[in-house]
Write a protein that binds this ligand. Structure first.
Ligand code: RAT
Ligand code: ZN
Length: 416
């Protein structure tokens, strides 16, 4: 290990090598432990029918939405390929992602047609393939998004399975907080509560439900995505359940509550899963939550780029808040660069710069590859500034920092 201070001119090379070698913890994805079978998506057609690409393809399609959704998965993939890769240059981040991924796997879509690429994927064994993707992405652990309300996923948990140690769980509770009118019935069918009335018996039933599922999943945190209209304090059902059930449960279990505000579900329902939009959230509401519950730990990523500055400032005030990732619409190089720079400048190393949000296994390759390039660029600039201030850095220190920014700081926060 070289412990000498690095000269200015060597910083770019060393930083980009270290950042590309550092194994990341991917703390928010929609991937599954291979034991979930078909729920773990991977391969060419799933890469192409990714909802980010569906939304983009409709910019060019001139046929009705329903017609597209009535096609088979491989037919949809072909339409998307034609619109986004053949008729137009695939410059968008999601298009480029497909190409980075294929390229890293040694495939050439300029030379091979979709049928022959599909053949290559058909020859892969899913379990080995997961390892290959994680190795190429340099990801050491993948946190899933797990919902007890999901009818496909729940039976797998209930039956039990041997866990793949690379996959950790996060207990996702959106329906509990956002669809109480229908969700309470389910909790009642499962024997946790007797009525929809929000009284002490109901809150205690919800806490029992959360504690059973936290244990079953060995969940690392609880999580919810919230609309931009979320306000705290408030007497809404959502806020009352958070205050009386979620937060007490998280305190008791010593787990963070991950908040993902800013998503407007179904802005264009015709686009189905691709139809969600965003708006700026009310950060002051979250500040009040952090202030009122200093014994709770919160993870937060905001969907609107307009919230990022105030979020960093909030993190300076509340050490029960850990900021993470460039979520969904902010996961594009221009915004990752701005957000990473802002975070380093305002909260230093106490942040998790990125998560992948991958829904298709192969996507970890490009999501991490693309982000690492941006992170290395920003970090290099920061070490150059330190160097000019007379503070040389060693390769070992850069390695320590990269580890912290890609999972170490999150682990330390959770362990606090
Ligand atoms: O990034 C995505 O794939 C989105 O569809 C959402 O899943 C979002 O990340 C979420 O967590 O709700
Ligand atoms: Zn997500």
């Amino acid at each position: 290990m070289n412990t000498d201070f690095l000269p200015l001119k060597e910083l770019p090379g060393v930083v980009s090598r270290v950042v590309s070698e550092t194994e990341a913890m991917d703390i928010h994805t929609h991937l599954y432990d291979p034991a979930f079978g078909d729920l773990l998506l991977w391969g060419l057609d799933d890469l192409l029918v990714y909802h980010y690409l569906v939304a983009e393809a409709f910019r060019y399609f001139d046929f009705p939405h329903d017609e597209f959704f009535s096609l088979s998965k491989s037919q949809q993939a072909e339409r998307i390929w034609d619109a986004l890769f053949v008729r137009n240059s695939p410059i968008s981040e999601a298009c480029r992602g497909v190409l980075t991924t294929l390229n890293a796997l040694g495939l050439d879509p300029r030379k091979q047609d979709l049928a022959s690429l599909r053949n290559w994927f058909a020859g892969q064994d899913p379990r080995d393939y997961v390892g290959r993707c994680m190795e190429l992405a340099k990801v050491k652990s993948i946190c899933m998004t797990n919902s007890p309300f999901d009818d496909l996923e729940r039976p797998v948990w209930e039956k039990g399975f041997e866990r793949d140690p690379r996959f950790t769980a996060a207990l996702s509770i959106d329906p509990l907080l956002r669809e109480w009118e229908s969700c309470w019935k389910q909790l009642s069918d499962w024997g946790y509560i007797d009525s929809a009335d929000l009284n002490e018996a109901t809150f205690s039933g919800i806490r029992r439900f959360l504690s059973d599922w936290t244990e079953k999943m060995d969940a690392r945190f609880l999580m919810v995505s919230l609309p931009p209209t979320f306000r705290y304090p408030d007497e809404s059902v959502c806020v009352r359940i958070i205050r009386e059930a979620i937060l007490p449960h998280c305190r008791e279990a010593g787990l963070p509550f991950a908040l993902m505000p800013g998503v407007k579900r179904g802005v264009n329902p015709l686009l189905r899963m691709a139809g969600d939009g965003l708006a700026k959230c009310d950060m002051e509401s979250f500040e009040r939550l952090f202030a009122e519950f200093p014994q709770n730990k919160f993870l937060l990523t905001a969907l609107s780029s307009e919230n990022q500055h105030e979020l960093c400032v909030a993190a300076r005030k509340f050490n029960n808040l850990h900021v993470f990732g460039c979520w969904w619409f902010t996961n594009i190089p221009s915004i990752i660069e701005e957000m990473s720079r802002m975070r380093l400048e305002l909260i230093g190393m106490s942040v998790t710069l990125q998560h992948s949000d991958a829904r298709v296994m192969d996507q970890v390759i490009y999501k991490w590859g693309h982000s690492r390039r941006v992170i290395a660029k920003v970090l290099t600039e920061k070490y150059e500034d330190l160097n000019r201030a007379g503070w040389g850095v060693t390769e070992e220190e850069i390695r320590r920092d990269a580890g912290q920014l890609m999972g170490g700081a999150y682990e330390a926060f959770c362990a606090k």
